[in-house]
Design a protein around this ligand. Structure first.
Ligand SMILES: *[C@@H]1O[C@H](CO)[C@@H](O)[C@H](O)[C@H]1NC(C)=O
Ligand SMILES: *[C@@H]1O[C@H](CO)[C@@H](O)[C@H](O)[C@H]1NC(C)=O
Ligand SMILES: *[C@@H]1O[C@H](CO)[C@@H](O)[C@H](O)[C@H]1NC(C)=O
Ligand SMILES: *[C@@H]1O[C@H](CO)[C@@H](O)[C@H](O)[C@H]1NC(C)=O
Length: 420
């Protein structure tokens, strides 16, 4: 097999294994579902809305809805929105504030100020991290999606857990560890060397110190028995993990374990599916990577698109049926376009490695080709030697066959001579 043929073969393999994402919606620019009433404060917000400022960060899925959070910037009226998973018409949906405009009042501490990390639990609750503002401390909000999106819990972090000074905290990601007797949330604070833990059962929060390390993104492995929390860093390409059993030690510290280096820095979003595959996105990169966390660390390319020119080009989440949901932001040429894409993850097809590390596979295939060539050379040399040996042997046999009659003739002559 020539290296060229090997490359074609591997390319075919790669296409067969790439996830097939179909586009559900496309937006040239986002719009909000504005209130129909005569609330003048909302009217002002509508005039101030700047669609180019929409930079989606986190996503969660439950039932027929997608929940999305975006960076708080001038011109953004609400940082937490929802939309239907699938539309009936071809026009893309508008962003609907979640749960309502009433919970998105600026500098009203009974409102959401800046929603960041989102997660849904199996009982239909939406957990939201609220960074707060200058005047409003950080909080966790828990909404019941199966009961008219009712606010079920608001936990304001005490100052010992999360600083009440807005400039000393940046709460980002949240993951949920659902166990038979409690649901724990793990939260990253980019400005502190710790992991924040919240218990729904006791309504208490605490920190676990991770000396010298601050975290940007979080993911939880599906195996409850030996569950690991994976930790991504800002400004680095390193990933770490910690056993969740170490996070129950309130006020203690945890030893994080180095896992591996990604090719890129700033892993800002990661999720792990039920087949133990982690999907990861990096700031300013137009691709997603994956890694099977039950194997030694090995980065593989999962999905790649053309130029996007976005700081946070993707956000994504998994639904309970194993579907991958992803938004893609393209801010090329002064415009800001978005797509919602989805696809089914097929673990059976993923096992052979997918598209990723094509270079490495190619290198492997080339060394395979080299080995095959050497084997071929060896066999050619071996068969030549065997042929030469056989030829020589046959010649020797032929000579001895020819010699036998000669000798017989001689003997006969001797016999004849003695007879005569
Ligand atoms: C991807 O989906 C499209 C549309 O459903 C289909 O035409 C195409 O064959 C699929 N490709 C692969 C590799 O499954
Ligand atoms: C990770 O980053 C370091 C520098 O920060 C770099 O030397 C290293 O090559 C990177 N790792 C990979 C796998 O690219
Ligand atoms: C992003 O937008 C530019 C300009 O419209 C376009 O050329 C490019 O193909 C888009 N990128 C993707 C991945 O669609
Ligand atoms: C992940 O790795 C484990 C252990 O090698 C393997 O059994 C499993 O099939 C892999 N999963 C996928 C989706 O490749």
């Amino acid at each position: 097999m020539s290296p060229f043929l090997a490359a074609i073969f591997l390319h075919g393999l790669c296409l067969a294994n790439a996830v097939n994402l179909t586009t559900v919606y496309e937006w040239d620019k986002f719009d909000f579902v504005w209130p129909s009433g005569t609330d003048t404060s909302i009217g002002q917000i509508e005039q101030n809305f700047n669609p180019k400022q929409v930079e989606l960060q986190y996503m969660a899925v439950f039932g027929e809805r997608l929940y999305l959070s975006m960076i708080l910037r001038p011109g953004i009226p609400a940082t937490l929105v929802w939309m239907p998973k699938r539309g009936t018409s071809t026009t893309p949906p508008k962003l609907a504030p979640f749960p309502s405009w009433n919970l998105h009042k600026k500098d009203n501490c009974d409102s959401i100020q800046w929603a960041n990390g989102l997660e849904t639990d199996t009982d239909g609750r939406l957990w939201v991290i609220d960074q707060g503002s200058n005047n409003c401390p950080s909080k966790i909000w828990i909404f019941n999606l199966l009961n008219n999106d009712k606010t079920e819990r608001v936990h304001q972090f005490p100052p010992l857990v999360v600083s009440h000074s807005d400039s000393e905290r940046l709460l980002l990601d949240i993951v949920l560890d659902e166990t038979p007797d409690d649901s724990l949330a793990y939260i990253a604070d980019l400005l502190s060397e710790h992991i924040i833990v919240y218990s729904r059962k006791t309504d208490k929060s605490w920190t676990i110190t991770t000396p010298w390390m601050r975290w940007y993104s979080l993911a939880l492995s599906p195996n409850r028995e030996a569950r690991q929390l994976y930790l991504g860093r800002y400004g680095w390409n390193e990933t770490y993990s910690v056993s969740v059993s170490e996070l129950k030690n309130q006020g203690g510290s945890a030893a994080v374990k180095f896992i591996g280096n990604w090719a890129e820095h700033n892993l800002y979003r990661m999720v792990i599916d039920s087949a133990n595959v982690m999907y990861a996105a990096f700031t300013n990169q137009n691709y997603l990577s994956k890694w099977n966390v039950s194997q030694p660390f090995r980065e593989q390319r999962f999905h790649e698109v053309g130029i996007l020119n976005s700081g946070w080009p993707f956000t994504f989440a998994l639904d309970t049926s194993g579907n991958f949901w992803m938004t893609q932001r393209n801010s090329t040429g002064g415009e800001t376009k978005h797509k919602l894409r989805t696809g089914t993850l097929r673990p059976a097809l993923e096992t052979s490695g997918g598209c990723a590390n094509l270079a490495e596979d190619y290198r492997k295939s080339q060394s395979l080709v080299t080995i095959m060539i050497w084997l071929l050379v060896f066999f050619v040399v071996l068969s030549c030697s065997v042929i030469v040996w056989l030829t020589l042997r046959m010649r020797r046999m032929q000579t001895s066959f020819r010699q036998i009659p000669m000798e017989n003739k001689g003997e006969m002559n001797v016999l004849l001579e003695t007879k005569h």
